[in-house]
Design a protein around this ligand. Structure first.
Ligand SMILES: [Mn+2]
Length: 358
């Protein structure tokens, strides 16, 4: 009895190995078909051909498997073959670690974002006037900081909210940045504005609400200017990475990713800071990753703890909003830091940074 069982099992093993060999023979043929299709730029998946193959197979099926079972098994084999034909497109995005193992370093006015040190971006939510922007710039300069942010085009939730100074805002930013030896980061919302904006900006920001504005992403990919791409309000990490791919696929690989919180059911904070997105993005891509603590929390009292978390988790930079008089700010007045708060925040965060990165 046990001898009979052994024999049957041996036969099964042999059949398994035969099936294995046949499946791999089939895969090799499928790869050849894929190459021919590539040359003729044909679509890889041909449903009519697949149906013909299934019909032929089931017409010769003598059981004991039902036709539906046979179809199911063969469809899985077909699917695996089709995946073999895909030339690793999804698996090796230009922004992926698989494509490039070493970190991308985005250089902005001597700041090498992605070099392993922590870089800081501060500035008002919106540029409101020369004086307001200059007051923040002066504070940055006194701290030896180089990266000034400020919104000129503000895509606001309500069309009746302050929409920004537009071109005039960019001009103020450029003037202030030159006077205080800073680099300027500002959001552009319209693909048609990109060309003009590069005259004023050192970094083009693509905001959360525009993360999947594909025409804007493509336009930003066609200029020779670093891009700071924020994660969309409800974007998955995969969608975020693909948005960056839109930029890089057009030739511009100088991209900084910025986690700025996502929408969840939680209401204690303005958004939910997805802190684990930082190491995920660092693993999946070679791009530097920043954390915007202002928009993710919407709370001044959480800026410091979340900035600490960002550094601890491996972020390349921290972004926060600073306004000389937040109470009268035209946007985000609840969470911008005034200058004395900023002084204290910065003092503490560089101390934490020193401890963590020593
Ligand atoms: Mn803001």
């Amino acid at each position: 009895m046990s001898n009979e069982m052994d024999q049957l099992r041996n036969q099964l093993d042999e059949v398994n190995l035969e099936i294995l060999e046949l499946i791999n023979n089939r895969a090799a043929l499928v790869q050849q078909v894929g190459q021919v299709k590539n040359k003729q730029s044909m679509y890889r998946f041909d449903p009519i051909r697949e149906r013909e193959m299934l019909n032929l197979i089931t017409s010769k099926n003598n059981g004991p498997f039902e036709n539906s079972t046979i179809e199911h098994i063969f469809k899985e084999i077909f699917k695996a073959g089709l995946e073999l034909q895909e030339d690793d497109h999804r698996k090796a995005l230009l922004v992926s670690r698989k494509k490039k193992a070493e970190n991308t370093i985005v250089e902005i006015k001597g700041e090498k974002v992605g070099d392993g040190k922590t870089h800081f971006v501060f500035g008002p939510c919106s540029v409101e006037s020369y004086e307001q922007t200059a007051a923040v710039a002066k504070s940055l300069q006194s701290k030896g900081l180089k990266l000034l942010r400020g919104g000129a085009f503000k895509p606001r939730t309500s069309p009746y909210d302050f929409q920004g100074l537009g071109l005039e805002g960019l001009q103020i930013l450029r003037k202030v940045a030159d006077e205080y030896d800073l680099a300027v980061i500002s959001e552009i919302v319209n693909p048609a504005h990109i060309e003009q904006a590069v005259e004023y900006l050192d970094v083009i920001q693509i905001g959360a609400r525009n993360m999947q504005n594909f025409e804007l992403l493509k336009a930003a990919g066609e200029v020779n200017k670093p891009v700071l791409l924020k994660r969309g309000l409800s974007a998955t990490i995969s969608e975020f990475i693909n948005a960056a791919e839109y930029i890089m696929s057009r030739g511009n690989g100088n991209i900084i990713l910025c986690e700025r919180g996502i929408r969840t059911y939680e209401t204690a904070t303005r958004n939910t800071l997805d802190i684990s997105a930082v190491p995920v993005l660092k693993q999946e891509t070679h791009l530097p990753v920043m954390v915007d603590v202002t928009h993710s929390t919407g709370r001044r009292d959480l800026l410091l703890p979340t900035a600490k978390a960002a550094i601890a988790v491996g972020a390349d930079g921290v972004m926060a909003e600073v306004h000389p008089d937040p109470a009268v700010a035209l946007s985000d007045s609840a969470q911008q830091m005034d200058i004395p708060t900023f002084d204290k925040f910065f003092e503490e965060i560089i101390e934490v940074d020193r401890r963590l990165k020593n």
